[in-house]
Design a protein around this ligand. Sequence first.
Ligand code: ZN
Length: 485
Amino acid sequence: MSLSRSPAFSARGALVLAAFVALPAAAQRRAPEPQQPNWPQVEAETMQHFQALLRFDTSDPPGNEKPAADYLKQVLEREGIPVEIISIEPNRPNVVATLKGNGSKRPLLIMAHTDVVNVDPAKWTHPAFSATREGGYVYGRGAVDDKDNVVAGLMMMLTLKRLNVPLDRDVIFLAEAGEEGATRVGIQLMTRDHWSKIDAEYCLAEGGNVTRMNGQVKFASVQTLEKIPRGIELTATGPAGHGSVPLRGNAIVHLAAAVAKVGAYRTPIRLNETTRAYFQRLAGISTPAEAARYLAVIGADGARAAAADEQLYDLEPRHASMLRTSVSPNIITGGYRSNVIPSEAKATLDVRMAPGEDTTALLESLRRVIDDPAVKVAFSGRASRPQTGIQRLDSEGFKAIEAAVTRHYNTVTLPTMSTGATDMAYVREKGTQCYGIGPALDFEDGAKGFGAHSDQERILESELHRFVRFKWDIVEQLARSTRIP
Ligand SMILES: [Zn+2]
C-alpha cells in the first residue's frame, strides 16, 4: 500500500491543514453557545422522578431511606454516572454521585435529604405518600422538604451528563439520610468519615425559598448562615420538707423566679454581614413602618434600635430572634407529690446562639441576670450542631445565585440567617460556602397547613419546574468550563 495514498495520512494532512488555516479565525471565535436542556423533556422527567420519590415512605423515624436511595442509584447508573452508597445502617443509606470536572476549580456539592417528617394520615386529603397531582399541585410528604431538592439535584446530574457539559469542577450530588433528627446516619457520617468524597468549595442545599403573596413573587431568601442550637440547664436546689411548712429555700420558687428573669432578659443585638444585608434589603420592599423598624435595628442610634427591637419582639418575633442569641425556657420539671417540698427543680433553656457568640460570657450574663446562688447555670449535654464559619456574600457562589434569582424570579435576594439549624452547619464547619435555596412557595399556604412539617404538604408544579431551571442556571454558572474547547 502506497504511503501517499494512505487514508490515514490524507486525513491527518487535511486536519493539520484545516487547523493551520482555521487558526486565526478560531482565535477570534467565542466559545460556542452552550447547548440548552430540552426543557419540556426535563419537566416530564422531573415529574416522573418526583412522584416516584414522594411515593417512598421515608418517614423519620424510622427513616428507611433505602428504597429512595436505591431508586436514585439506579436512575443515575442507568445514565452512566458513578454512584457510591455509604451507610452505617443498611436501611439508611446516603447516595453520592460525582461528575468529574477538569479540576481547575474545587467541587460543587449539591445536597438534599431523602427522609421526611412523620405524618398523621387522618390529616391528609390525598394520602401522604400518593404524590397525587391536582389543580396544579403535587401533594405528598416531602413535597417541599426536601424531595423537591432531591429531584432537582438528580435532574442537574442527568442533564449535565446528557449534554456532556465540560466542567471546571467536579459536581457532586449527595442524597443524604437522617436529616430530620438522625444526623449520625447522614451528614455527620459523611462529614466525619467520608469528607474526601464530598469536599467542596460550594454547597447548595435546602433552607431558602422564594416567597409569593397573592400569587406574586415578593422576595427570595437564600440561607447563608444559621444560628447554633445549645441547651442550658438551670438547676435550683434547696431543703426538702413537708408541704405543710413552707420554706424560703423552696427549689421550685427559686427556679420559677430564675425562669421569669431569663424570660424577661434579652441578650444584646449582635449583627453580622448576612443580617445587616437582610434587614437593609428587606426594608427596601416593606411598608414604611416596617422599613423604619428594620433600618433602626441595624442603625447606629442605640435608643431607636432598642425601641424597634421591642416592636419586633411583639410583632415579628422571628426577626427579633435573628438579631441576637435567643434564650427560650421550654421545659420545667420539679416536684413529685403535692405535700413534699422537693430538693431540686430544673428548667431547660433552648438557646440559639448567634454566630460568634462567646459561650463563657453568655453563661456569665445569665448567672448575673438570675443572681441567685441556689440556681446553677450550665450548658446541658444536648447534642448541638457546630459553629458555622463565615459565609461570604461577595463570593462567586452567592453572586451566581443572585443573578439566577433576578433572571428567574425578577426579585430581590435576601441573604438569610435561619434561626433553626440545618445539616449545612456540618458542611460549613469544614470550610465550604453553603447556600440554602428552594422553590417559590405561597405565603398563604403555610397558614392553610400545607408547608414543611405541616399537617399536609404540597408544591405548585409550575414552581417545581421553575426551581429546576433556576438551579440549573446556578450550577451551570459555577461549574461549566469557561475554557474554549
Ligand atoms: Zn428539610
